[in-house]
Every structure is written in C-alpha cells, then in structure tokens.
Design a protein around this ligand. Sequence first.
Ligand SMILES: *[C@@H]1O[C@H](CO)[C@@H](O)[C@H](O)[C@H]1NC(C)=O
Ligand SMILES: *[C@@H]1O[C@H](CO)[C@@H](O)[C@H](O)[C@H]1NC(C)=O
Ligand SMILES: CC(=O)N[C@H]1CO[C@H](CO)[C@@H](O)[C@@H]1O
Length: 399
Amino acid sequence: MFGFRNQPLRAVYFTYVVVTGIFLRLPYCFLRASIPSLRTRPSWTLKREIMTDVMRNLIATLLMIRIRPLRAEDPKRFVTNPPTEHIAYTRYEPIPENLILGEVKGLGDLNRVRPEPFCGYWIKLKGAAGKPDEKAGPDEKVLMHLHGGGYIATSSYPEGDGCGNFYHDLLSQCTSMRRIFSCGYRLSTSAPFPATNAFPAALFDALAGYYHLLHVAGFRAENVSISGDSAGGHLALALTRYIALYRPAGLPMPGRLVLLSPTVEWEITHDGPHASFGRNLSSDYCTPFFWGYVKRSLLGNMPDEAAATSPWISPGSLRLRETQGLFKGLPKTYVTVGDAEILLDAYRTFRDRLVADIGEENVTYVEVMDATHDFVTQDWHEPERTNSMKEIVAWAGWL
Ligand SMILES: *[C@@H]1O[C@H](CO)[C@@H](O)[C@H](O)[C@H]1NC(C)=O
Ligand SMILES: *[C@@H]1O[C@H](CO)[C@@H](O)[C@H](O)[C@H]1NC(C)=O
Ligand SMILES: CC(=O)N[C@H]1CO[C@H](CO)[C@@H](O)[C@@H]1O
C-alpha cells in the first residue's frame, strides 16, 4: 500500500495508470460493454460499466500513491469563506468531556484521541430565501449528513468531491425541509504515514456536530434526521448507537436515521464461495477499501481482531460475541443498499439484527436491484439514485 507515494515513482506510476487507462482499460471496457452478454449485469448501461471501473481504479490508485486530507477536512485549510451564498461554513466546539462515556471513552484513551473543534457546512437550495446558517425556525426540520470515503478521503465541503449534487438534488425534492447540515469529521491515517484520528475521533466530531445542531442552531432532536453514506453511514449508526447506549445529557435521540450503503463491517466476515464479497466483486468498486489500510487507520491501537469483534467497528460482523440488543433504542431507520454490492450479505445480517431490536415497523430496508455501492450519492447511477431519493423524502415526511 502506498508503495508509490514518493517521487519520482509517484509520477511514473500515475502516468502509467493514466496511459494504460486511456489506451487499454477504457477501450477494453467499452468493447466488453458493447456486447450485452458480456456486461457485468445485463441491465447495466455502458456508462455504468465504465464508471464502476473508473471508480475502482481511482480508489486503488489513490491507495498506491497518497491520499492527503482534502482542503475541507484539513483544519489548517478549511474553506471558511465558501464562494457561493447557498453554502455556509460553521465551526463547532468540541463535545463536552463529561459526555464521553463508557467503552468509547476507554477507546478514546487507548487511541489518544480527544474532542477537538471541527467544522461543517450548511447547504440550502440554490436560489431559496434565507441564509443557510440561520437559527432554526419554529419546529423546522433538518438533515445532518455524514459523507462517505472510507474514513480516509472526501469531504463535508459540498463542492469538488463532496456530496454537493446529492444535497442539492435531495433538497430540490423537499418542500418541508429547507437545508442540510453536512457535518465534517476527522479523517484517519496509519502506516506508512503517522497514525492519526483512529476510532472514536470521527464519532467525537459527529457528536459535536449534532450537539451544535441542537444547542447552537436550536433544532429539536425530533426534527433532526441523521444520514450517512458508506463510511458516513457507519458513523451515523455509531452516533445513534452511542446515544441509545449512554444517553448523554443534552443529546436526545434524533427523530430518524437514514443509512445509504452503510459500511457495517470493515473485516469481511461474510466470506466463503457463495458470499456477496466474491459474487458481486465485479459489480462493486469499493474493494480497495478492504485492502487493510482503512481498517488499520480506524483501529489505531486496538488489536487487529477488533475489526471483526467490536460492534463499534463492524456492527454487521458475524464474529461479534453478542448480537442481541446492539441497536435497541434506535429511531425509525431507512436503509438502502444495492444488490450488486460486495457488502450485501453483511447488510442483510445487519438488517436482521436491527429488526430484532427495534421492530419491523421501525425499519425500512430496501435492496435496489442491480445497484452498486453508495448509488444514492453517485450522479451517474440513474434512475435508481433519483428514485431512492424520492422514496426517502416521502418516508422522512419532507414532502
Ligand atoms: C418538530 O418536532 C415537534 C415535536 O415533536 C413536532 O410537534 C413538530 O411537528 C415537528 N416539526 C415538523 C415540521 O414536523
Ligand atoms: C418502534 O419504535 C417506537 C418508538 O421508538 C417504539 O415505541 C416501538 O415499541 C417500536 N416498535 C417495536 C415493534 O419495537
Ligand atoms: C445482482 C446480483 O447478482 N447480486 C448478487 C450479489 O451477491 C448476492 C449474494 O451472493 C446474490 O444473492 C445477489 O444475487
């Protein structure tokens, strides 16, 4: 991993990937996809074939050269003055120390991570009235979203590689919700780089963002929905589990939870010849996230086996010691995943546990046919992306 991180190797490798990509991979992918019987999935379009391949290679290449904290996730370089009026920067204070409790407090000590100030961004619909960061109106509803990126990449800043189009397209479907809070959190690193921000650093930041939403922006918990895609879904789940378990003072449970392809295991425990990890390998792009770097970065000083045995790291793992009551107390939850994902088996295990704990009536679990990882935030995954957004908006009562 990161074998080509230093110059001049990095430039040579990068050139190699670009040149072979343009002259070999793309033409091959194009040719294969133009013969319907050779497509990854018969229903897939040429564009989807190519995008899945491009995404997989992009992530793999970044893991060979170097992933640097992006502008908005690097405290020294936060975008404090977004150039557009529908986005507002917000710095939030660290979570009060007395709200850090139980096992999570112990893991924070083990990994030497402390609550720190961090930042997020308010987004309102382009052209809509009001400032994106004004105080909550009476009974106003809001969505707090946690971005994906394997805890090592991408950003809460809704431009560039952030979730900007997702936020905009979601808001444009809503009539009773006017803005979204994109909550930032620290990204993790590990060898060959200095190890930083292992679990629960991101959880501390997500808690701080939620605290800010309630106590500074003035929203009522019942009016807040929390969502996350991919690693952000994992974080949204950890956040609500934390609140359910420890009931920290001043942090009541949010009204709803929305999980978009949430990474429910960072160690593949659903393996074997018929597992989705093997069967859906060619129709998913996030395999490089399972090469070990993300897991190591999240674990910090925790033992390697914790990736399979800790419900904080892998709540969908088959190797947890206790599986009952993990999700007791969670709010009404909407989970959507693609049936072409490598994590499909783990999602199903997670769904069964969730239903056992909070009841069928509180869980909406949707497997979208032929959809790949995190399709709801990927512009190129239509029409599934828009259809899912519409369903979520109706389910959450934002119509
Ligand atoms: C916000 O929460 C309050 C208290 O649960 C509820 O009465 C109100 O209807 C909610 N607001 C909206 C817009 O649903
Ligand atoms: C669904 O959630 C509500 C509110 O948390 C709870 O009162 C109810 O018991 C749950 N249903 C089941 C079947 O557990
Ligand atoms: C679309 C598709 O073939 N998805 C498969 C992904 O893997 C699971 C588990 O093996 C299968 O049940 C799905 O059919």
